[in-house]
Design a protein around this ligand. Structure first.
Ligand code: FDA
Length: 582
């Protein structure tokens, strides 16, 4: 028998969640092994919308430019088009993902990083390289078949798919980042709340040059609505994989009516109908089926084992939150595992992963499901109904654009139905405002600022403990840097301003007492980090002499409104809490 392998962390799965975690742990020098069932990274496009918060994680890892180099930029993501086919009548359009005039400033002000469109088969190799470059131990074709734990560790059995040989891995902790059919969750009996199999979908990845129909209205999603189909996604939703020649055509089906005909002939016929131009050559690259689920794990942790990504939360692609939430889970868990394993934090710090991330998972799953339901008003405004003949459907569509009171009323309904889609496509608050309340965050007793605008649609920056550090551009050594560039990279950081210099000594003392590195940055006019635009001063919600203690994941652990009587005592107490230090 092969000898047992010992490691500190076993990561199961090398999708977006597992690869990100592998890279983060490797960057911190943590002894970890990542195993994954398949011989390589994702072989098809799958998820693709990559939001600002995820790009901030990539920026922290130093791979934002690598991702951007192979992604479709935000400028080409904007137009969300509803039409009867590419070549035929356009029904409605919405500018999405912060790219419209009304929302662009909101997005630009909120983050140093722009959203992009990067399909999973292109993103994963970048993440893989980032992990490998940082020294991660990644093992492909290595499947987890059994896992159990005791008080001291986790014991896993993996099978090498090439040889069939089995091997035991003994780890201090394990993370199930093994996707929607998680073996880890199943083996350990993690309970899930919600429902699986709420709908079934097919992804058809294909090549078709649609430049003539898309270059003037560049976008990510094109919804083809033809009568005779009452599903929310209509007859076929086209997702841009590569402008404007590679696509995923997604369509829903009802499994109770039997499985769809997925022969090349049938799929090409559907593609032709939704393109509306018989002369466009079509090459099918891959066909896959997937399910709509709406579940969140009742707990993300059982003893020494954690769930991250789809293993913990499964939801429809609406709002594009699948990979984003998975990557952000890993950003919360990575530094905690590193600090605990390096003896810099108490093991209870790991309990805060569930406390902090599960509410986010629940919110994301519920939002995605609501966004699916919110697409029905579009079908209704178009006059589509179940059991309707195609002829009646086309007539209803003609009436939508006809003169007269009826048409006017229906056009108003359509406009309202399209505006509702902002909750799916410009949902900036949900994308960015993840806030944590846990035993590792020192609440300062102040209320969270009341939102000035709809909290789902709009980002509300705040430095309230538990919030993500707000972004402001600063000048440093002649270069423009974000507040977010001053924090993170696996370390704690204290941010203060003019007259707050005593916090530097306090941070040095706290760091020495607790054996953890704490950086100090001074922000303000003519400071090391010059608030030349006076933007930071409008966001920080503390005086010049106050301080923020920011965690490695950019979230604020504690704040002092002004210089304290005993800065070292206060900061040491806050850091002790943030680390759940004994
Ligand atoms: P992910 O599923 O990506 O990765 C799981 C990893 O675990 C894989 O590396 C796998 O090999 C490994 N693994 C599984 N079992 C294992 C075992 N027993 N032992 C070892 N390794 C194991 N989302 C979205 O927002 N928009 C979309 O359009 C789509 N489309 C889509 C299409 C298809 C076909 C699928 C399958 C999924 C989607 N999704 C999607 C969902 C999206 O892909 C998903 O949210 C993320 O990939 C989740 O990332 P994770 O890293 O959590 O799991």
């Amino acid at each position: 028998d092969a000898p047992t392998i010992e490691t500190d962390v076993l990561v199961v799965g090398a999708g977006p969640a597992g690869l990100t975690l592998a890279a983060l742990l490797a960057a911190e020098g943590v002894d970890a092994i990542t195993v994954t069932r398949y011989p390589g990274t994702a072989h098809s496009p799958r998820a693709h919308i990559t939001n600002q918060r995820t790009m901030e994680v990539f920026r922290d890892l130093g791979i934002e430019d690598d991702v951007r180099a192979v992604a479709t930029p935000n400028e080409l993501m904007g137009n969300n088009v509803w039409a009867t086919s590419f070549a035929d009548k356009e029904i409605a359009r919405l500018l999405t993902w912060g790219s419209g005039d009304e929302r662009r400033t909101d997005y630009d002000l909120a983050s140093p990083s722009a959203m992009c469109n990067i399909p999973q088969h292109i993103l994963e190799p970048v993440l893989h390289r980032a992990a490998a470059d940082r020294g991660a131990d990644l093992r492909f074709s290595t499947e987890l078949v059994a896992i159990g734990q005791d008080d001291d560790g986790v014991t896993a059995t993996v099978r090498h798919r090439d040889t069939g040989a089995e091997q035991t891995i003994r780890a201090k902790y394990a993370v199930g980042a093994d996707g929607g059919r998680s073996t880890v969750a199943e083996e350990l009996g993690f309970e899930m709340d919600g429902e699986m199999g709420l709908g079934a979908a097919v992804n058809v990845w294909l090549e078709a040059d649609l430049t003539a129909y898309t270059a003037h209205r560049p976008g990510t999603l094109y919804w083809m609505c033809q009568p005779g189909n009452d599903y929310w996604v209509g007859s076929g939703t086209w997702i841009c994989v590569k402008p404007w020649t590679e696509w995923v055509m997604l369509f829903m089906y009802d499994p109770s009516q039997g499985e769809p005909d997925l022969s090349e002939e049938a799929v090409v016929a559907r593609a032709r109908t939704t393109i509306g131009d018989p002369d466009v050559p079509i090459t099918i690259k891959n066909i896959s089926k997937w399910q709509i689920n709406h579940v969140v794990a009742r707990s993300y942790q059982q003893g020494r084992v954690f769930l991250a990504g789809d293993a913990a939360h499964r939801h429809p692609p609406a709002n594009g939150l699948g990979t984003n939430t998975s990557i952000q889970d890993s950003f919360n868990l990575g530094w905690k595992l590193a600090h605990v394993l390096q003896g810099k934090a108490g093991p209870e710090l790991l309990d805060t992963y569930d406390t902090e991330r599960r509410p986010v998972g629940k919110q994301v799953v519920d939002r995605a499901m609501q966004s699916v339901r919110d697409m029905l008003p579009i079908s209704q405004a178009l006059g589509f109904a179940p059991e309707q003949t195609a002829e009646d459907g086309w007539r209803a569509l003609d009436e939508l654009f006809a003169p007269g009171a009826d048409g006017e009323e229906r056009r108003r309904s359509l406009d309202a139905a399209v505006a509702l889609q902002n909750y799916q496509f410009n949902c900036h608050g949900v994308e960015l405002d993840q806030r944590y309340a846990s035993a590792a965050v020192t609440d300062d007793g102040t209320p969270w600022p009341a939102p000035e605008r709809d909290p789902e649609l709009y980002h509300h920056p705040t430095t309230h403990p538990g919030a993500r550090l707000p972004h402001a551009w600063l000048e440093h050594d002649g270069a423009t840097v974000s507040t977010l560039d001053l924090v993170g990279h696996g370390r704690f950081t204290v941010l203060t301003g003019i007259g707050g210099e005593p916090w530097a000594d306090a941070a040095a003392k706290a760091a020495a007492d607790l054996g953890v590195a704490v950086d100090v940055r001074v922000l303000g006019h003519h400071c090391e980090h010059d608030d030349v635009l006076a933007r930071w001063v409008t966001l920080r919600e503390i005086d010049d002499t106050g301080a923020l203690l920011v965690r490695p994941d950019h979230h604020i652990a504690w704040r002092a409104p002004r210089l304290a009587d005993d800065p070292a005592a206060d900061l040491t107490a806050a850091l002790r809490t943030a680390l759940r230090h004994a």
